[in-house]
Design a protein around this ligand. Structure first.
Ligand code: PLP
Length: 401
């Protein structure tokens, strides 16, 4: 018999498992609102036109080869990525205080950053928001950090639990690491206001809490790359240190290409050089060096002002479609007279709406309406269309009445 005969069947991933169940459902009216990937109005995955152009240019370049990248990835990609998130005129970049390494999308950037901190930072505890993206606790635990949480969301008001957040970060041991979603908080769609960010910044700096930003949705939340980076730039502007995990999965639609970057903003250029040298020691035994194709696409687009422009327009179109879906769903519930205050649907930001539906209501909607979402009641607005909004509104109406 197999040496693995005693192995237990592992549970499906709580997020990716939704798609597994969806794929098994033969119903013609089924809708997948589980996965965090953009869909067109026709329900199809989207490859941006500017990405197709960049790929054509890469293919047509006869001098292109398939050599390994350095451990730290494509140097030009790293420079352009730091510029994109911190701003072209960022003092940290001009003073060469930023160490950037290309990583395997957002997840890989978090994982490398987590392991670097576990090896070299004096405080091993990272505080993550309650709730947060389901992978965060696992990524940081396996990085070697202790994971604790801080209050973030108040289900009673479907909004930020700001007093709870300040209280919990205020009582965290000085020096602790704090994970912050740069914008479009997943799963709640609730972000602090600029004034609240400023209070968070002051509190964190006064207690020497180390910010670790997760930026998976730059440009996707508001449609503006600069606006969605405002929180991060406030923390860079004060001269303090921080970590930044960037993903191009959503904002450039490069999901499966696994392209992202980890940047560590340091106090001085010589520290940044040493930080980079240690990041290489984290990466080399993990996967040696990152993949070439996705980073080449990103560099091709970011280095060329005309292509960059085209990207921002396509990005804004995706963000606008999602914002429109929020309005459509809100209107559909209003017109059905569905009990409850659904204004959080239009107030929340980014790819997801945290509906407030409980796990029984979610199960009911799957059973009776073939609508698939995570059990916490999170729906991906990017998976909705004008055609499916009425069906979803009927299902929510039936679930709450
Ligand atoms: N962080 C958050 C908050 C996310 O929502 C996601 C994706 O859903 C990621 C990180 C990482 O995604 P990826 O590894 O595909 O870039």
């Amino acid at each position: 018999s197999s040496v693995f005969a005693a192995l237990e069947q592992a549970p499906e991933d709580p997020i990716l498992g939704v798609t597994v169940a969806y794929n098994k459902d033969p119903s013609p009216v089924k809708v997948n609102l589980g996965v965090g990937a953009y869909r067109t109005e026709e329900g199809k995955p989207l490859v941006l036109n500017v990405v197709r152009r960049a790929e054509q240019m890469l293919i047509n370049n006869p001098s292109r080869v398939k050599e390994y990248l350095p451990i730290t990835g494509l140097a030009e990609f790293n420079k352009l990525s730091a510029k994109l998130i911190f701003g072209a005129d960022s003092p940290a970049i001009q003073e060469n205080r930023v160490a950037t390494v290309q990583c395997l999308s957002g997840t890989g950037s978090l994982r490398v950053g987590g392991e670097f901190l576990a090896r070299h930072y004096h405080e091993r505890t990272i505080y993550i928001p309650q709730p947060t993206w389901g992978n965060h606790p696992k990524v940081f635990t396996l990085s070697g950090l202790n994971v604790r949480s801080y209050r973030y969301y108040d289900p009673a008001t479907c909004s930020l639990h700001f007093e709870g957040l300040l209280e919990d970060l205020g009582s965290a041991p000085s020096g602790s690491i704090v994970l912050l979603h740069a914008c479009a908080h997943n799963p709640t769609g609730v972000d602090p206001t600029i004034e609240q960010w400023e209070q968070i910044r002051q509190l964190m700096r006064s207690k020497s809490l180390l910010p670790f930003f997760d930026s998976a949705y730059q440009g996707f939340a508001s449609g503006s790359l600069d606006k969605d980076a405002q929180s991060v730039r406030m923390f860079v502007a004060d001269g303090g240190e921080l970590l930044m995990a960037q993903s191009y999965a959503k904002n450039m639609g490069l999901y499966g290409e696994r392209v992202g970057a980890l940047s560590i903003v340091c106090k001085s250029a010589d520290v940044a050089v040493r930080v980079e040298s240690q990041l290489k020691l984290v990466i080399r035994p993990m996967y040696s060096n990152p993949p070439l194709h996705g980073a080449s696409i990103v560099a091709t687009i970011l280095r060329d002002s005309e292509m960059f422009n085209e990207w921002t327009l396509e990005l804004k179109a995706m963000a606008d479609r999602i914002i429109n879906m929020r309005q459509q769903l809100f209107n559909a519930l209003k017109s059905r007279g569905t009990p409850g205050d659904w204004s959080h649907i239009i107030k929340q930001i980014g790819m997801f709406t945290f509906t407030g539906l409980n796990s029984e209501q979610v199960a009911f909607m799957r059973q009776e309406y073939h609508i698939y979402m995570t059990s916490d009641g999170r729906i991906s607005m990017a998976g909705l269309s004008m055609r499916t909004v009425p069906h979803l509104a009927d299902a929510i109406h039936a679930a709450v009445t």
